[in-house]
Design a protein around this ligand. Structure first.
Ligand SMILES: NC(=O)c1ccc[n+]([C@@H]2O[C@H](COP(=O)([O-])OP(=O)(O)OC[C@H]3O[C@@H](n4cnc5c(N)ncnc54)[C@H](O)[C@@H]3O)[C@@H](O)[C@H]2O)c1
Length: 269
């Protein structure tokens, strides 16, 4: 018998960035527990095929660009027609500069491309703002809902540039860039703003702060990262599922405007 405290049965959960590494794991965690999931992303990934096979009536995908309000309006209309009104929104879509990004993106701050700044802010901040506007407004009028904004340890503390020393030792100019970190800290106050704005409507808004997930990173990176990490390892891709279920369910009914930090102890130092 499932614990009603953590129940997400029949919730209509919208997950942006569902084609990515973590979005599809969240989708699976909700579907397994009886929720309906509308996944949004620029493109559908193969990782979602298994979800469609396993949960044909409860999982749906809609191609959506979170930076475009019209695209989000269409996503809302599709969610309503397939499952009904949304009750949970996970703002998970984001972009970062990957380790193999163009040289200047991971170069010196002084040379960081302004266009990259705009691109990152557009998805990571404006995309969340717009999705809250479209989906959160429906929740507020229904007087029920939970919004989970996904941030990062790099939104709470600065990236530790010493982790990337191994790249600089080989003569490269390499720094974790500024835009991702600033975009992820913007979410902390976007969360607080909406948490208080919607507090009396029954919509709760919280931030989930994550640390890095192991994903075939370079051994030198893994070594440096894990040496800095109190738990001594990166997260497994399923280790944040418990947190999203908690934030979506009655178990977190008195949690609003807060940050849930699941980071192996990174920010404890
Ligand atoms: N993976 C990690 O180590 C880690 C660590 C800390 C925080 N996070 C955060 O967790 C979230 C998910 O991370 P991930 O590793 O699964 O990333 P990912 O890159 O695997 O997935 C992100 C998804 O967002 C989608 N996306 C990008 N722009 C979009 C747009 N304009 N509209 C709609 N979808 C768009 C991408 O297509 C992609 O499928 C992100 O918010 C990220 O910042 C991840």
């Amino acid at each position: 018998m499932p614990d009603p405290l953590f129940s997400v049965v029949d919730e209509v959960v919208v997950i942006s960035g569902v084609s990515g590494q973590l979005g599809c794991r969240y989708a699976h965690a909700f579907l397994k527990r009886g929720a309906m999931v509308m996944g949004l992303d620029l493109k559908r990934s193969q990782s979602l095929d298994e979800l469609s096979l396993q949960f044909p009536d409860c999982f749906s995908f809609f191609e959506c660009n979170v930076t475009l309000i019209e695209s989000l309006r269409e996503a809302l209309a599709m969610t309503r027609s397939v499952f009904g009104d949304p009750s949970v929104l996970i703002n998970n879509a984001a972009i970062d500069s990957p380790p193999n990004a163009p040289l200047e993106e991971n170069g010196a701050f002084e040379d960081y491309p302004d266009a990259s700044w705009d691109r990152v802010m557009d998805v990571n901040v404006k995309g969340v703002y717009l999705a809250c506007k479209i989906f959160g407004s429906v929740m507020a009028s229904n007087k029920r809902g939970s919004i989970i904004n996904i941030s990062s340890i790099y939104g709470v503390v600065s990236p530790d540039q010493s982790i990337y020393e191994y790249r600089r030792q080989s003569g490269e100019i390499f720094f974790k860039p500024i835009a991702y970190a600033v975009s992820k800290s913007a979410l902390l106050n976007l969360t607080r703003y909406l948490a208080t704005y919607w507090a009396r409507t029954g919509v709760r808004v919280n931030t989930l702060v994550l640390a890095g997930v192991e994903d075939r990173q370079a051994p030198e990176f893994l070594k440096a990262y894990c040496a800095r990490m109190p738990l001594g390892r990166m997260a497994d891709k399923d280790e944040y599922n418990g947190a999203v279920i908690f934030l979506a369910s009655a178990a977190s009914s008195y949690m609003n405007g807060a940050q849930l930090i699941i980071d192996g102890g990174w920010t404890a130092i």
